[in-house]
Design a protein around this ligand. Sequence first.
Ligand SMILES: C=C(O[C@H]1C=CC=C(C(=O)O)[C@@H]1O)C(=O)O
Length: 389
Amino acid sequence: MTSARPLAPPPVSLADYRPGDFAFAAPGRTLLARDPVREVVLPPGEPESGLRERLAEAFAAAGAQSAPIAVGALPFDPGAPARLAVPRTAVAGPPERARVPPGPLPRIRERREEPAAHEYARGVALAVDRIARTGLRKVVLARTLRLEADRPVDPGLLLRRLAGPDPRGYLFAVDVPAAGPRTTLVGASPELLVAKRGRTVSCHPLAGSAPRHADPGVDRERARSLAASAKDRREHAFVVAAVADALRPLCAALEVPARPALTATATMWHLGTRITGELADPGVSSLALARALHPTPAVCGTPAEEARRAIGELEPFDRGHYAGAVGWCGADGDGEWAVALRCAEVAGGQVRLFAGAGIVADSRPAAELAETEAKFRTVLAALAAAPAE
Ligand SMILES: C=C(O[C@H]1C=CC=C(C(=O)O)[C@@H]1O)C(=O)O
């Protein structure tokens, strides 16, 4: 990756993040981009050839004074336009090392769930009923937790505190002006939507979860029972099938493991499947791949159209960029996009966390509610805020 003007003496780290930057730390490297010089607006439903032209135009217009890369976030709603940026500088560094910066954190003085816990549980019951009565097979229902801090929360500090417990995840901070002025989406996602390097494409869809436990024996037992759970295996299989179906027409070869593997974050166990393929046309960009795959049933459901309708009717808030994708795409098409999970919108002292759970025929409302509470813990722990009661 080139840089017109270094941000900091390379290698960069998340400690170099400044408000307004785009930061993306993947297991392979850390990327920091600064000073957008060109906006790339992606209309919904644009075919791959149109995307290719739009990116080429943006890189040409941004000229030699910019880094040949587009960075940003795609919203959850595939019917909404996405806005990426070509930055003046983009610098890559080695993977982020685990470290939690010391220092006082703002105190959380108010918290409000939307929907309230009992309303979320009722939504899960309604979704289960809908699955029994209609063609819907899986839907991911989410909820939010609004926090008010006694002073502004520094997105850079939150980002670095997230890096400590989950160094193998995808850490990100990206401004999302559509959510409000000076609003930054900050998170530590365990899920790779898609990465593309040359001809090789890889995805690591996750679905099926169990909260971690402080006692190692109980924790191991939770992992074992997740791996053996028919309900979670079914929930996971919908995602693998959708990802494989979306990639197959684009690939000359595709490898889809027959069984998922356990994967862990500091707060959750998940079922995950690493899918790899060889693209028939290596010119297809990582951005086009992300748009072809999103939204997978890890964040939406099956069939996708019915699931989107159920989400619209059962979730009382706009997801914005939560459950969308965050990442980058270079001029050569290479790039990496993580699913925007375990994240929060930060605007001054206001923080809005998001968490969702996949609902299938045999889901139980209390267990899905507990799962969303456990998923909130990724950001709550980084803010040193107490988990939900
Ligand atoms: C929708 C979320 O997680 C997805 C990713 C992993 C496991 C999931 C699950 O088991 O439901 C979800 O599909 C979230 O963290 O908000």
